[in-house]
Ligand binder design. Sequence first.
Ligand SMILES: Nc1nc2c(c(=O)[nH]1)N[C@H]1C(S)=C(S)[C@@H](COP(=O)(O)OP(=O)(O)OC[C@H]3O[C@@H](n4cnc5c(=O)[nH]c(N)nc54)[C@H](O)[C@@H]3O)O[C@H]1N2
Ligand SMILES: Nc1nc2c(c(=O)[nH]1)N[C@H]1C(S)=C(S)[C@@H](COP(=O)(O)OP(=O)(O)OC[C@H]3O[C@@H](n4cnc5c(=O)[nH]c(N)nc54)[C@H](O)[C@@H]3O)O[C@H]1N2
Ligand SMILES: [Mo]
Length: 770
Amino acid sequence: MSTDPAPPFRPHSSHWGVFSAAMRDGELLVRPHPGDPDPNGIIDNFPAALRHPARIAQPMVRRGWLERGPGPDDRRGRDEFVPMEWNAVLDLLAGELRRVGMRHGAGAVFGGSYGWSSAGRFHHAQSQIHRFLNAAFGGYVASVNSYSSGAASVIVPHVLGNYEDLTKNNVTWDQVAQHSEVVLAFGGMALRNAMVAGGGISEHVERGAMETARARGCEFILVGPLRGDLPEESGAEWIPGIPGTDTALMLALVHTLVAEGRHDQAFLDRYTVGWPVFARYLLGEADGQPKDADWAARITGVPAEQIRALARRLQGRRVLITVAHALQRAEHGEQPVWMGAVLAAVLGQIGLPGGGYGYALGAIGYYGRRANAVPGPTLSQGRNRHGNFIPVARIADMLLNPGTEYRYNGQTRRYPEIRLVYWAGGNPFHHHQDLNRLRQAFARVDTLVVHELAWTATARHADIILPATMTLEREDIGYSSHDPLMVAMHRIVEPFGEARDDYDIFAELSRRLRVDEVFTEGRSSREWLRHLYARTEEALRAQGAPALDFDAFWEAGSLRLPQAPDDGGPWRAFREDPDANPLPTPSGKIEIFSETVAGFGEASCPGHPAWLPPEDVPAPATPLQLIANQPATRLHSQLDFGGHSAAAKHRGREVAMLHPADAEARGIADGDIIRLFNARGACLAAARVSPDIRPGVVQLPTGAWYDPENPEEDRPLCVHGNPNVLTRDVGTSALAQGCTGQLTVVEVERFTGNLPPIRAFEPPSAKPEA
Ligand SMILES: Nc1nc2c(c(=O)[nH]1)N[C@H]1C(S)=C(S)[C@@H](COP(=O)(O)OP(=O)(O)OC[C@H]3O[C@@H](n4cnc5c(=O)[nH]c(N)nc54)[C@H](O)[C@@H]3O)O[C@H]1N2
Ligand SMILES: Nc1nc2c(c(=O)[nH]1)N[C@H]1C(S)=C(S)[C@@H](COP(=O)(O)OP(=O)(O)OC[C@H]3O[C@@H](n4cnc5c(=O)[nH]c(N)nc54)[C@H](O)[C@@H]3O)O[C@H]1N2
Ligand SMILES: [Mo]
């Protein structure tokens, strides 16, 4: 019998859930938060990932950069590395930062550094790097918006109001459970997606809420290519429309409602502007084509009678329209976001409990929740006095076309000339589209600096790679604005190899650049946690709520925060009194026609929602539509080398789903290795043949690490299954310039060659300097 006491499980948190962890005999044990009704299996990626060879053990510099100095180089990503001592590498990097800063200024430094990094609010890599660059250079070229909602976050303020309120302070899961009668979900609300929430999540409630709603008689209807996008518990009816055509379907639903006098004209009159202009388009008075069910049937693949019947089912019931983020991560992504709101308005449902427009409900765990009534800890990023930015998904355009003009949100802007790119907490070789183009873009810069905990493709492309700690290796505070549990994230284990916290790396650099007083304010990490915690403690005391001091909080492991009431947010207030509570749009109302958007004069985003036929449609060489959606077994690319992610792969490859008819036509059997390809690139995957996908569609989730077979080629085969070698690097429209990575077209064939090994998780070759 072991005499060891039970291992002390200590509290920690991650984007995929609150948990506790302990080390026993060199092994990591994790167990989910006991209060979580539906824990997320992604925490099981931690044990095998913790000391995996894919972790980065020490600082390294790319040999070509070391030998020839900064400058464009297409060997990035396939060059050898030279290990270096921390002090030497920090001196070297400080020197390069000084060179770029003095010679070219903040406008030559790209510090957008997009990415999810990890849940703790102090060691939040984005905040750390922005704070550092503001201290060091007085600013940097930033990025705006997100890969998540690039189109929605730009169109929504013009036509609906505050984007954060739309997603976070609107219809809740409690309201769905209690009030909704019909939930019409475009793109569904896959449980795997709501399992994740930035900053941490202590209770996964979506499955239970759908179960409760259904038991009460609520009907769930899923429009989308994958049956699995609503869970069994919802009992959903599945309408497998053609991807990218939802706007046409919504138009036809509205057309039927209007043609049959089933629309809520009183709501439109009181709460919206621009209906008459839109109605002329809808009824075909503007272009001779009524947007009726027969018209939409040809575009969407949904029979006209089914569309009409669906419209009739919506009248007079408490209807919630949801539109997944995914729909707007595609060409003309602004349209389904805007049109979803019009459909909800025509039904007169906006602002009612459990009714109206739940844009992106279910996409992330912090949507559909009550907000906390006290602020959480956030590290100030300082001030960016430079001010230049790009829409986040235009990074390759920027690097490849310095000085070129582009349109964004009604402005004509110009891409800056970037010399140095500094990344911490993100993986552009995960998140960006057309990776072969991204490789060319990264070949153009003088210097690419990356902090990473593992050898992602981004890390492999770096000139200077600095090993960062994993969340389990440091203390932090887990907090999300819409989860009541604030978590004292204890350190579970010592750092891997020579890995350091991002904060400590930036602190050392700031000392060398003599801006450490600004950057550190003289605080250690622990002192920062105390300092950031104080804001919440003070707010609690001011409200007369029970509060713990920092030491008591740390000892207790978590603190339950008071939450705001479930009051429907600004849309309920607007419904109750639109004069007293106008929406923050130019008219104060829902804009079905927007003077502002029309005034920008963009053909790719006119003044009212419209069906704009996409460019990227199936063709003889690429007859299948590819859905590149979120992976179930990991968050993006994070810990793809962990056990839970590995277990879901087949022969080491990511799994792609296709319909039996498409498989049979190509001689593909379940479990075969297949090659997906188009003009931009190719990758391997393992076939899963299933009737739960619309014929003509193939689905390959994101997140398998980019693994080029022959990196010296222009378009190497990714042997692992990263769909971003296939996706297109074009903006949603000239309005938002959002990411369009969700949808493209491909051909698929059975792969009959010798199966190349997966090397993505092997460290690159490294040799000490001679
Ligand atoms: N085709 C296609 N592409 C997509 C999407 C799609 O639907 N289709 N979805 C898009 C969406 S919605 C998003 S949000 C993006 C996500 O893109 P990213 O946020 O870039 O993806 P992650 O894999 O989360 O990258 C986070 C990286 O930070 C590292 N990291 C974690 N913690 C730390 C830390 O403390 N310090 C440092 N230095 N590093 C750390 C992780 O190892 C990981 O490599 O992808 C987008 N890309
Ligand atoms: N497990 C897990 N959860 C995650 C993430 C993760 O990486 N892993 N990432 C998180 C992040 S950062 C974000 S932004 C959200 C993203 O949330 P979403 O973008 O909504 O998630 P996706 O899984 O990409 O897409 C949802 C579904 O939309 C459907 N779809 C795609 N195109 C169309 C279309 O044209 N029409 C219709 N009707 N349906 C379509 C697809 O079948 C797909 O499964 O997910 C979050 N949740
Ligand atoms: Mo996202």
